[in-house]
Design a protein. Structure first.
Lengths: 328, 299
């Protein structure tokens, strides 16, 4: 890719966790994100999928430094974000925003919608006049499908879908270049989900916005993303173009994930031979040796327990971390 | 609402939050909140359930009809070992001895795919993972071999790979035990694989009902059509999803006429004034819509 907006290199986020009793307390690192690398181009959507506890939300937050990474680099337009002091970081943040999963919980119930959406504006452009700020808020409300005359209402007066629009409007008001969307539609009903997905895709087209779209729902991610990153237990399993990832998954985990998604087509669903994975996610505090997926992998052999698989570039834009990808 | 379930049949009940799909079955089970009331009639093999005194109802609930819920953690008692929660049912309802009950319970846990069931039998619910807890719930529901199992969003709280395991299990139990299953869900994909018949609910009423293949291939209610089209699909890529505009209505202030009219792309005068009754329009299919057929090209 010729131009890169964001480049994440070997990112690690570890949380020290106390284990054992009072007398034998030890600190174990919980490796929430461990060695993740990818790039995002301007105007591109990168989807991040994985099951609960795979580190996808931690990844999103670590990129914005809402959580301090433990290691690795986050390079924003050529500049290492981790080297910035707080003030400089704050200035960069106006270009990168976040939308959260729970639309109502992420809005202050005591603030009017107008004040909620204007808050980033007032923080980053303190000299802006009140009238000007109001005008910008009305403008972004209209663009995100909210009625500008609702500007003085409170969050509880809105439905879940509309609250998510408010969240998107707040993220959009500074005209950012990247929005991290952390499960933005998971709490919404099916018919409302589609509205928010379409809104995000339209905004992205119109403003050449980049999205880091985090979700556990493979169908949604596939619909909205150009490329998809698959995480398992904090590690990268596969990264590829979304059509290719769906057509030719090369990691056994990706394959199982795709096969597990129920498709709304009865004939196909009945005929499908599901690759049901045995077992469940191992504890992230005590991940398996070697490849973290090996305890559930149908292809696991002896080397998988011994060596952590490297991330291999198997063709342009397609990376896999598996000892046996050639056999998948 | 009126509907029937045949022995061994699996019915999918689809609707968004607030469409009344859970309340419907809670009322049949006599589990409505205190301020809820229901009228009409619900019969199990001819026996009236509504208005039955709790004593008699308890001889039916958990015995001939069982229900499992979305969140297995809140439906299991956190203070009691799994063994106690299971054997109690058998001793109470089947008059088994403690020994017999233990043996039968462990066999069931094995049947629902809990590894090392014998050694985990005396654990507490929090010592199981989410998927395992749902398996335990299913095992408890199966204790008395019910004729009807009502599964209310049984996989919504689970990860996809674990969801696949639970769906596979339900499918296998249905095959092996021949019990009828009602699957309440908002996920059209889940219904497609598991159900033979589908009932679509909107604002507390049935809007369409019929065989799963027919409904997915050619939905005849605008709401069903909208739901199917607004779901992103893994197997095919479309540029923009077609959405259902607006939002589900407030049940305290339903619009006059058809509850769906303000979101319906095919609305006409009659829809504003008159509520469409549920009517048959093809063998085995019913819908509540004034249009005889959706306009050509709508699918």
């Amino acid at each position: 890719m010729s131009d890169t907006l964001l480049s994440v290199e070997d990112l690690r986020v570890h949380f020290p966790l106390a284990v054992g009793g009072l007398l034998r307390r030890r600190w174990l690192p919980l490796k929430a994100v461990d060695g993740v690398s990818f790039t995002i181009a301007p105007g591109e959507t990168l989807g991040v999928v994985g099951e609960s506890g795979c580190g996808k939300s931690t990844l999103g937050r670590a990129i914005l430094r809402l959580l301090e990474p433990t290691g690795g680099r986050v390079v924003w337009q050529g500049e290492n974000l981790r080297a910035l002091d707080q003030q400089a970081m704050r200035r960069r943040r106006r270009e990168m925003q976040i939308v959260f999963q729970d639309p109502l919980a992420s809005l202050n119930p005591r603030m009017t919608v107008g004040d909620i959406i204007a808050e980033p504006l007032i923080t980053h452009e303190p000299r802006l006049g009140r009238a000007e700020a109001r005008a910008r808020v009305r403008d972004i409300m209209a663009k995100t499908g909210l009625l500008p005359q609702m500007i003085n209402r409170y969050p509880h007066e809105f439905s879940g879908g509309q609250c998510q629009r408010i969240g998107v409007a707040r993220a959009m008001i500074l005209n950012p270049r990247l929005i991290v969307c952390d499960e933005p539609v998971s709490a919404l009903d099916v018919s409302i989900q589609a509205q928010i997905i379409n809104l995000l895709m339209a905004l992205q087209r119109d403003f050449r916005l980049s999205l880091l779209f985090i979700s556990h729902d493979l169908s949604v991610v596939r619909h909205i993303s150009q490329r998809i990153l698959v995480l398992y237990l904090g590690r990268m399993m596969e990264l590829a173009d979304s059509a290719e990832l769906y057509r030719k998954p090369r990691h056994p985990y990706t394959r199982a994930l795709i096969s597990a998604v129920p498709v709304p087509d009865p004939a196909r669903e009945r005929a499908k031979r599901r690759l049901v994975l045995g077992g469940e996610l191992p504890s992230p505090l005590d991940p398996p040796s070697g490849c973290v997926f090996r305890t559930r992998c149908p292809l696991a052999v002896e080397i998988c327990a011994r060596e952590v698989p490297r991330i291999e570039q198997i063709r342009a834009g397609h990376q896999v971390a598996c000892h046996r990808w050639q056999e998948v | 609402m009126s509907f029937a379930i045949a022995p061994g049949e699996s019915l999918g009940v689809v609707g968004e939050s607030g469409s009344g799909k859970t309340q419907l079955f809670l009322s049949i089970m006599g589990l409505l909140a205190k301020n809820g009331s229901c009228t009409g009639s619900a019969r199990l093999r001819g026996q009236e359930l509504l208005g039955l005194p709790a004593r008699q109802l308890n001889g039916i609930r958990g015995v001939r009809i069982a229900m499992i819920f979305q969140d297995p953690m809140t439906s299991l008692n956190p203070y009691l070992r799994i063994s106690r929660q299971m054997t109690e049912v058998l001793v109470e309802h089947k008059g088994m001895s403690e020994q017999e009950a233990r043996r039968r319970s462990i066999a069931l846990l094995e049947q629902v795919g809990i590894p090392a069931a014998r050694s985990r039998f005396d654990l507490y619910p929090h010592e199981f993972s989410g998927g395992m807890r749902q398996r335990v719930m299913i095992a408890i529901a199966l204790l008395c071999e019910p004729a009807l199992l009502i599964a209310d969003e049984p996989t919504t709280a689970l990860d996809v790979t674990v969801q696949a395991q639970i769906l596979e299990l339900l499918l296998q139990l249905k095959r092996d035990l021949g019990m009828a299953i009602v699957l309440i869900t908002h996920d059209l994909g889940v219904v497609a694989g598991l159900s033979e018949r589908v009932m679509v609910m909107y604002a507390g009423r049935i809007v369409e009902e019929g065989p799963v293949d027919a409904i997915f291939a050619a939905p005849q209610h605008p709401y069903t059509l909208g739901l199917l089209r607004s779901t992103p699909r893994l197997e095919e890529h479309v540029e923009t999803l077609r959405v259902i505009p607006g939002q589900p209505p407030n049940l305290q202030a339903l619009p006059p006429g058809c509850s769906f009219h303000d979101r319906c792309p095919f609305v006409f005068e009659r829809c504003l004034a008159e509520r469409p009754p549920l009517r048959g329009f093809a063998p085995g299919r019913t819908k509540a819509c004034h249009l005889d057929a959706l306009p050509p090209g709508a699918q």
